[in-house]
Design a protein around this ligand. Structure first.
Ligand code: PHE
Length: 445
């Protein structure tokens, strides 16, 4: 049984800390760039509102009602068919898989904090060769920083929910917001701000195809940390009588605003210093450092605090990616927190090494199948299959398996008139949308 409980603010910051991650600052801007800007942003915002928000409420509800690790919560809430529904709880595994590449990327960020202090690339070409050198040849550097991420995350997890996770989020989340708001305020003073604004909010529908919709849904799940048990596990530690709607609202609001702020800021810098926005995953690691160089000394400073903020965002998400399985082994197998944290940490550390090797010259050939290397496969399988599947399972679980009367008694007083549309969307709209997304992501339609 769980005894540790989050404080009110602690829960919101921890859940927002989970949601605000590399997805917001690294991924959102580049997929916006790749998908043509404004129209994509509108689709993404609608997806967050119509699908993300309702699944967020459902996931918090399962954790709140179950009050245990994800597997046990599913069992408790479906007593008649618990042997089947408990598999819904294994969505926590997706977090461990995501960590395989997430920790490696946090390692790159650590490396960039250090190199921002000493030198910045003077051209985009130079930045590109620095990044690709690191990726393809510097095994030891990547291993060192990946290991540092492993130690940090395992240490915090071992300290527990209050002394570790809540405490870290209480410091890092405000720090992250201050850094981003500071840099954003500076961006608003630059001439290119209006250009960035236009790029992000003036839709050009001709640039959109059905693929953009799929990317938007997939990203809505990833960025809100839905479909892999993170929010569910945190919610099991909510105080009784917590307001689920309010919590969901704050997490979605913080996550979305930080993505928008990060996007506006990065595009302003890129336009101001002459780079074009559609630069793919290298946007933050290649285009941005070259832009910071153009800014002179201020650029060095910005580069350091920006990568620090990015590391903070990544670390607060990481603990939530691993915690579901840590909690599972504590609850079900009576493992100590230390043993559970180290074992789960070792899992992503070891496979993370394979992920690093799968980009290194000489190894990458043998660690690639069907046009993707190990690193990309993990990213693909988690985002394309596991998270949408987790979302689908939760929508059906709350929509059809937990008795309506129970759901209603908790949520009707909070959602009021919105209960009926929410319930409808959970039962029909969301499952259909998730199903379509999955089929198209795996290439069936
Ligand atoms: N939401 C995090 C991000 O945007 C990633 C994440 C996914 C964290 C799933 C926890 C669970 O980077």
């Amino acid at each position: 049984m769980k005894i540790e409980r989050f404080t009110k603010l602690g829960f919101i910051l921890a859940a927002a800390g989970s949601a605000v991650g590399l997805g917001n600052i690294w991924k959102f801007p580049y997929i916006t760039g790749e998908n043509g800007g404004g129209a994509f942003v509108i689709i993404y915002l609608l997806t967050v509102l119509l699908i993300g928000f309702s699944i967020m409420i459902a996931e918090i509800l399962i954790g709140y009602m179950g009050r245990l690790d994800t597997v046990s919560s599913f069992e408790v809430l479906a007593p008649k068919n618990k042997n089947i529904w408990k598999f819904g709880g294994f969505q926590g595994l997706a977090g461990l898989f995501i960590m395989i590449f997430y920790s490696v990327v946090i390692g790159w960020i650590f490396n960039y904090i250090v190199t921002s202090i000493t030198s910045l690339p003077s051209t985009v070409e130079e930045a590109e060769s620095i990044f690709s050198n690191m990726l393809h040849t510097e095994f030891l550097t990547q291993l060192l920083y990946h290991t540092l991420a492993f130690f940090w995350i395992t240490y915090v997890l071992n300290k527990g929910l209050k002394g570790g996770i809540e405490k870290m989020n209480m410091f890092l989340m405000p720090a992250l917001m201050i850094i981003l708001l500071g840099m954003f305020s500076y961006a608003t003073t630059l001439g290119a701000f209006s250009q960035a604004f236009e790029f992000m909010f003036y839709p050009d529908w001709s640039k959109i195809d059905s693929g953009a919709f799929v990317v938007a849904v997939g990203h809505a799940f990833f960025t809100l940390s839905l479909g892999m048990g993170a929010i569910m596990t945190y919610s099991a530690s909510l105080e009784k009588n917590s307001n689920i709607l309010k919590n969901a609202f704050w997490v979605v609001l913080l996550d979305t605003s930080i993505a928008i702020i990060a996007g506006l800021m990065l595009f302003t810098f890129l336009y101001e210093y002459g780079s074009i926005p559609s630069k793919g995953p290298g946007l933050v690691f290649i285009s941005l450092p070259a832009v910071f160089y153009e800014m002179g000394v201020l650029g060095n400073f910005f580069s350091i605090i920006f990568f620090i903020a990015l590391a903070f965002a990544g670390l607060t998400s990481s603990v939530s990616l691993v915690e579901p399985m840590v909690q599972y082994f504590i609850d079900r197998f009576r493992w100590s927190r230390l043993k559970a944290s180290i074992s789960m940490g070792m899992f992503f550390w070891l496979f993370g090494i394979v992920a690093i090797l799968s980009n290194i010259d000489g190894f990458k050939e043998s660690l690639a199948w069907g046009g993707k290397n190990f690193f990309d496969w993990v990213d693909y399988v988690t985002a394309a299959i596991m998270l949408p599947l987790g979302g689908l399972v939760m929508a059906i679980f709350v929509g059809f398996i937990i008795p309506k009367s129970q759901v209603e008694s908790i949520l009707k007083p909070q959602l009021k008139w919105a209960f009926a549309p929410w319930y409808f969307s959970l039962r029909y709209l969301t499952p259909i949308a998730m199903f379509i997304v999955m089929l198209s992501l795996v290439g069936i339609i």
